[in-house]
Design a protein around this ligand. Structure first.
Ligand SMILES: Cc1cc2nc3c(=O)[nH]c(=O)nc-3n(C[C@H](O)[C@H](O)[C@H](O)COP(=O)(O)OP(=O)(O)OC[C@H]3O[C@@H](n4cnc5c(N)ncnc54)[C@H](O)[C@@H]3O)c2cc1C
Length: 493
């Protein structure tokens, strides 16, 4: 759509057909801000409607999605029930001050179809049920043979954007092998859509004993246990996405790849998860992924580039997929619409490749450290602050009109922060018993705009508008500029 707006001819090739199941459902404030920027810069108002829960409900009520007010984490022990009042076994981090400004879970069968129809309405040529059977690079252009419903078509393209996801098209054509990213654990995933998933807050009366910073179920719910974690993402059509990622040893010990049997064995170990998920009704097939984390080393070439989602993925934890992909879309679109000469374009593509791989690596280090600390929930919570501090800072400076101050995803391009954060992650991975809190607090304090270093928070982090205003100078802006940004964003002050 961005390229069409810039007057270019675009062909979108899909080997399947919409609507179809797809995984990757949970947005974040940063993902929504990036989508807002794309919608504004390319004048795509129908994308803007998807950037907040309130806007979505007002303008696209027929398009299913879920309300996401933040991230909820609960720590489970084998054979023990969850103690909802025990704050040391939970972490609640709000991402929005109210429902209207909340983030969303995308019900991908409908959302992806909506996006494709939008693309078509902008003049994108779309071919579904289509396979690329031959491809050749000739005279600075790609010649492709397409097969669709037993018919062959020849097309020529000046540039290929590989948006085909894990181990996708260019990886296969150019034999670019995926590998396990450094510092990550080998993991497997199993997921499906369910109905009749009760809300956590209804499952135990002590859940509402004191009001949490947001309704704990209107969130990306992460149930953490030794060896893995389960996500629960609710949509507003009665469907809930539920899935698990487990380290290989733990997954193999219950036979996760046998799907239903493995799933039931897992639930049998954790009484509260059994209560919560044991009676849910599965409404899709199980999807099993034998290797969740992967990455390639070549992301671009002569007149082609992969989106970040075709270049690597680490883990669903913390919903990093959308922002990484949207950052990639922004960067690639700029290269394809702004660079004039072949040399400049190739140079820019190399820069795009470097930053894409750096961000995947920074994410890998953090996720690797989190997995090493699934047993040590205190360290786990402290490590998440590296993510929450960088993400809330990036959102704030982005909304203030200075996205460059974010220094890339997870501040990976910050020459100070990037390496220091990775060093902390290394320590946490190799020495899970070392207390890393003080190092993390010192590292994030200079740009913590969300009160994450507050000792008294006791694992509940609401959105406090005063935190943003009082920390204005950390963003390089004045209090007045922050207040006016908040007013523009519709935040009640
Ligand atoms: C288990 C899991 C959970 C995740 N959860 C989250 C989350 O909660 N939040 C988040 O931000 N990210 C998450 N992600 C990441 C997220 O899935 C991706 O960032 C996102 O789906 C990328 O979208 P995409 O359209 O680029 O790729 P995909 O969603 O993978 O779509 C690729 C499309 O290309 C088509 N295709 C593939 N090969 C070809 C071919 N050869 N020719 C033509 N078409 C082809 C496919 O049919 C498909 O329609 C998760 C990933 C996994 C594995």
């Amino acid at each position: 759509m961005i390229l069409r707006r810039a007057g270019q001819k675009v062909l979108l090739i899909e080997k399947g057909r919409h609507p179809r199941f797809a995984i990757g459902e949970s947005s974040t404030p940063l993902a929504n801000l990036l989508l807002e920027e794309i919608a504004r810069d390319a004048d795509l108002p129908n994308l803007h409607k998807m950037t907040e829960w309130g806007r979505w409900q007002k303008h696209l009520p027929e398009l299913p999605c879920g309300l996401k007010r933040g991230f909820s984490f609960y720590k489970h022990e084998v054979g023990a029930s969850l103690q909802p009042h025990d704050r040391s076994t939970q972490l609640l981090v709000a991402a929005s001050p109210n429902d209207s400004l909340g983030d969303t879970h995308w019900y991908r069968p409908a959302v992806d179809e909506y996006l494709v129809n939008e693309a078509i309405s902008h003049g994108v040529h779309y071919r579904s049920d289509t396979t690329i059977t031959k491809i050749k690079y000739n005279n600075e252009s790609w010649e492709m043979e397409l097969e669709s419903q037993n018919q062959n078509h020849q097309v020529q393209a000046r540039f290929i954007v590989d948006a085909s996801g894990p181990q996708g098209f260019m990886s296969q054509v150019l034999s670019i092998p995926p590998s396990q990213p450094a510092n990550t654990q080998k993991t497997q995933a199993l997921f499906a859509h369910f109905t009749k998933v009760p809300r956590l807050e209804d499952s135990d009366s002590t859940f509402d004993s004191s009001p949490p910073p947001f309704p704990v179920d209107d969130a990306a719910v992460h149930h953490i246990f030794e060896g893995g974690w389960i996500w629960v993402l609710r949509f507003n059509n009665g469907v809930t996405s539920v899935g698990v990622v487990m380290e290989d040893d733990a997954a193999n010990s219950i036979g996760l790849k046998s799907r239903e049997i493995g799933w039931q064995k897992l639930l049998n170990n954790y009484p509260s998860l059994k209560v919560l998920l044991g009676t849910a009704q599965r409404v899709t097939d199980w999807h099993y992924v034998p290797q969740v984390a992967w990455k390639v080393e070549t992301v671009v070439g002569e007149n082609w580039a992969m989106l970040p989602s075709a270049a690597g993925f680490i883990d669903p934890m913390l919903s990093t997929g959308f922002p990484l992909t949207l950052l990639g879309i922004q960067r690639l679109a700029r290269i394809l619409t702004e660079t004039q000469t072949r040399e400049l374009r190739q140079q820019s593509l190399k820069g795009y490749e470097a930053v894409t791989l750096l961000e995947i690596d920074q994410t890998a280090d953090l996720i690797g450290a989190l997995y090493s600390n699934l047993k040590n929930f205190e360290n786990f919570c402290n490590l998440t602050l590296l993510y929450f501090a960088a993400a809330s800072f990036a959102e704030t400076v982005g909304r203030l009109g200075h996205p460059e101050r974010a220094q890339g995803f997870l501040r990976s391009s910050d020459p100070q922060f990037g390496p220091k954060a990775r060093e902390i992650c290394r320590l946490a991975r190799l020495e899970p018993r070392v207390d890393i809190r003080q190092r993390i607090v010192e590292l994030i304090a200079p740009f913590d705009v969300a009160g994450l270093t507050n000792q008294r928070a006791n694992n509940w982090f609401p959105v406090v508008i005063g935190d943003l205003v009082n920390n204005a100078e950390k963003t390089g802006s004045t209090r007045e500029e922050v207040i006016s940004m908040l007013q523009r964003s519709g935040v009640p002050i």
